[in-house]
Design a protein around this ligand. Structure first.
Ligand code: SF4
Length: 362
């Protein structure tokens, strides 16, 4: 298995972007102001024939607003699918940039608005199209499989787009056909897929700044402290953390596991915004964030995605009232990216479940 490293300069840019995003402080809104903002947003959504789709990792109040106004809280592909199938002419995306782009790829005739245009993702930032294309050019014999957390341009260069819930099945299928894989951008998810399938894979070396921070050593100690707890881990986490999991899965799969498993306590290794939906789905159960750093150490993320947390009520109201942050994608790129995305959707229907919705990225 070979790989390509993220250049130091690019890594510094990612760290700087994350630092800046973390530096944005959200003032706690007085109740009256929050209520007035919420009412303005509801009015605008209705007037503009718009629907709000939110990711599991955004703040509780945005998730609640999406639910209350007939929108959805989901993972990124389910967000895009929901926006595509919903009759509204405008889709408003509370999440990060690649999620708004994915919605636009599937719904080119709808207006797609991003609540926060500067909300990035370290996986997307760490896989710029120029460098990625050069990597692909070095491996023209390989099938290019990219994770959904990528730009439209990277998706357009790929043969397949996959989510974390379907990655194993797609790679097994390609392996059985004798194909070798070029995988991007998440090295931990790629490593997990490679270990589980034994496929011949070369890897891009991107990572999620949230999931890479989970620490196996500290998790072992936490397991001793809560011996009856089940450990749920997102596969963007390091291998040593995945190896301690009772269930490894996408955001949707982790929520499902919390409902289905008999345990009363869960240690959860993913972004902590997910706890809101987990508590709703499995009331009475206890959810504890997996440790991101040893005693006395500082963590870079502490299980918060700084970009997801840029989404808030004032920005949502502003975008609806001004029409700012509309997403545009060059049609040639959109069409190519749509081919790679729809290949996954068709695969899910024909190889897994005809009624299945493909879900499960970040
Ligand atoms: S949590 Fe990680 S994968 Fe998800 S948007 Fe943030 S940086 Fe990207």
């Amino acid at each position: 298995m070979s790989s390509t490293m993220i250049p130091e300069q690019l890594q510094q840019q990612i760290d700087t972007a994350a630092l800046m995003a973390r530096g944005i402080k959200h003032a706690a809104l007085p109740d009256e102001e929050r209520e007035a903002l919420t009412n303005r947003i509801k009015q605008q959504l209705a007037q503009q024939d718009a629907v709000l789709v939110a990711h599991y990792y955004v703040d509780d109040e945005l998730q609640d607003l999406a639910d209350a106004t007939g929108g959805v809280v989901a993972d990124s592909l389910e967000m895009a699918r929901f926006g595509y199938e919903h009759p509204a002419s405008t889709v408003v995306v509370a999440g990060v940039r690649f999620m708004a782009e994915t919605a636009k790829i599937l719904s080119p005739n709808k207006k797609v608005l991003a609540v926060e245009r500067a909300a990035e993702c370290s996986l997307d930032l760490g896989c710029p199209i120029e460098a990625f294309s050069r990597f692909c050019d070095q491996h023209l014999d390989r099938t290019v499989v990219v994770y959904a957390n990528t730009s439209a341009a990277v998706k357009a260069r790929a043969d397949w787009v996959v989510t974390s819930s379907i990655a194993l099945k797609v790679v097994e299928y390609l392996r059985d056909k004798g194909e070798t894989i070029l995988w991007a951008p998440d090295r931990f998810l790629g490593d997990y897929v490679q270990r589980m399938t034994g496929a011949d894979m070369v890897m891009w070396q991107g990572s999620c700044i949230v999931h890479e921070e989970f620490k196996a050593h500290e998790l072992k100690k936490m397991k001793q402290q809560y011996p009856s707890a089940a450990v749920l881990v997102h596969p963007e986490s390091p291998a040593a953390v995945i190896d301690l999991a009772d269930r490894v899965g996408s955001t949707s799969q982790i929520i499902k596991a919390a409902v289905e498993m008999d345990n009363d306590v869960f240690i959860v290794a993913t972004e902590d915004g997910i706890f809101h939906k987990m508590r709703e789905a499995a009331p009475g159960k206890r959810f504890i964030a997996a440790p991101t750093a040893g005693e006395g150490a500082t963590c870079k993320s502490c299980a918060h995605c700084p970009w997801m947390k840029m989404n808030d009520l004032p920005r949502l109201a502003h975008v609806l009232e001004t029409g700012e942050n509309e997403v545009f994608i060059a049609e040639s790129i959109r069409q190519q990216a749509e081919v790679s995305l729809k290949r996954m959707v068709d695969f899910a229907r024909t190889h897994i479940n005809p009624n299945m919705h493909v879900t499960g990225n970040a």
